[in-house]
Design a protein around this ligand. Structure first.
Ligand SMILES: Nc1ncnc2c1ncn2[C@@H]1O[C@H](COP(=O)(O)OP(=O)(O)OP(=O)(O)O)[C@@H](O)[C@H]1O
Length: 346
């Protein structure tokens, strides 16, 4: 657990970067600090591993004031990942990841074996270990940065805008990868970003900060989107927050109806769904017999946003639900999905 107790950081030039921050980061969770440029996110993060010290107040890691812990000892238990990975350019990827284990006295052989394990863990092929950082894509470099931070198996991970230098598609992949890793590793992660979409996607709790280093709201993403504390937070989370909050309502309450499958049995002259031998939907047949590509599919149990999108994007007006293997489960109308959303609002 990480605790900020009335933490203020004032720089020598008089800038107050963080002002009276009170906040608890629960162990084993991902907490995201988000806010506009200059609001004190990085400064807050750096007070956890003592790259900066508070002017007043206290930061506690597992109940211990960090000021009572020697910085090198403190940092052994805290991994740190920064934008553009910050890799050593003249060391191979494998040696970059092996750096910390080597520093803690492991033999070169053992450290490299651990590094190879970590590369696999973050989804990189082993042969990349021999390359130098410049020979990797931006996304691959970020993965190496994460592997390096995990090398000493620290319970706490600090991540400062780690994915902001890569394009949006790669970025989503890295976010998914982090969520997958976290499900396995159960670290206490503090993640800094200025991107609210990234924050609500990966944070179990999100701290929205405003310039001057003041905490505006600290809440789970669904609550942030549904009930912003004030106009600043409402403005920051954005105009389509109502729609985005649908990512947090699950669609299991939407009852699927039997699909009008085009298998010769369907009666009437409406739209019919084409389904392959493996029960995977592949498109619609219009009432006039024309073949029309399908809309989006959604997986039963996934957030309701997918179900609504499926119904709205379907040429027939029927959203198509599939199981985890992509096989047809049934169909839903947008009306049904909206009813579930209405009920969830209570
Ligand atoms: N060493 C320093 N001396 C003086 N002021 C500083 C120093 N470091 C940061 N600041 C100021 O403190 C404030 C908070 O900076 P910080 O880097 O924590 O913001 P941030 O929210 O991480 O911003 P960004 O998203 O742009 O990285 C800013 O006004 C910044 O200019």
């Amino acid at each position: 657990m990480i605790e900020f107790r009335d933490v203020t950081k004032r720089f020598d030039d008089g800038t107050t970067a963080v002002d009276g921050l009170d906040l608890v980061v629960e162990a084993g969770t991902i907490t995201v600090f988000v806010g506009p440029s200059g609001c004190g996110k990085t400064t807050s993060l750096r007070m956890v591993n003592r790259m900066l010290d508070p002017t007043s107040g206290a930061v506690l890691v597992d109940g211990r004031d960090v000021m009572d812990v020697d910085p090198p000892a403190l940092r052994r238990g805290i991994g740190y990942v920064i934008q553009q990975a910050g890799l050593f350019p003249h060391r191979t990827v494998l040696d970059n990841v092996a750096t910390v284990p080597l520093l803690t006295g492991w033999t070169r052989r053992k450290a490299r074996a651990r590094a190879a394990e970590l590369l696999e863990l973050v989804g990189l092929p082993a042969e990349l270990g021999k390359r130098y950082p410049v020979q990797l894509s931006g996304g691959q470099q970020q993965r190496v940065g994460v592997a390096r931070a995990l090398a000493a198996d620290p319970p706490v991970l600090l991540m400062d805008e780690p994915f902001s230098a890569v394009d949006p598609v790669v970025r989503e992949g890295l976010q998914d990868e982090l969520l997958r890793l976290q499900a396995e590793l159960d670290k206490t992660i503090v993640f800094v970003t200025h991107d609210i979409d990234e924050a609500v996607r990966i944070g179990e709790k999100v701290a929205v900060m405003r310039v001057g280093g003041v905490l505006a709201q600290y809440a789970p993403p669904a609550e942030l989107l549904a009930r912003p504390a004030d106009d600043f937070v409402a403005g920051f989370v954005g105009k389509d927050r109502g729609y985005r909050s649908l990512s947090f309502v699950d669609a299991s309450g939407v009852e699927v109806a039997e699909a009008p499958v085009a298998d010769g049995r369907a009666t009437g002259d409406g739209w019919r769904l084409l389904v392959g031998e493996d029960r995977r939907p592949s498109g619609w047949i219009a009432p006039d017999g024309a073949l029309v590509p399908g809309g989006s599919l959604y997986e039963v149990g996934a957030p309701v946003r997918g179900a609504l999108d499926s119904a709205l994007s379907s040429p027939s007006g029927l959203g198509v639900a599939v199981d985890a293997e992509g096989r047809l489960s049934g169909v839903v109308t947008a009306r049904q999905v909206l009813d579930v959303i209405e009920r969830a609002r209570g």
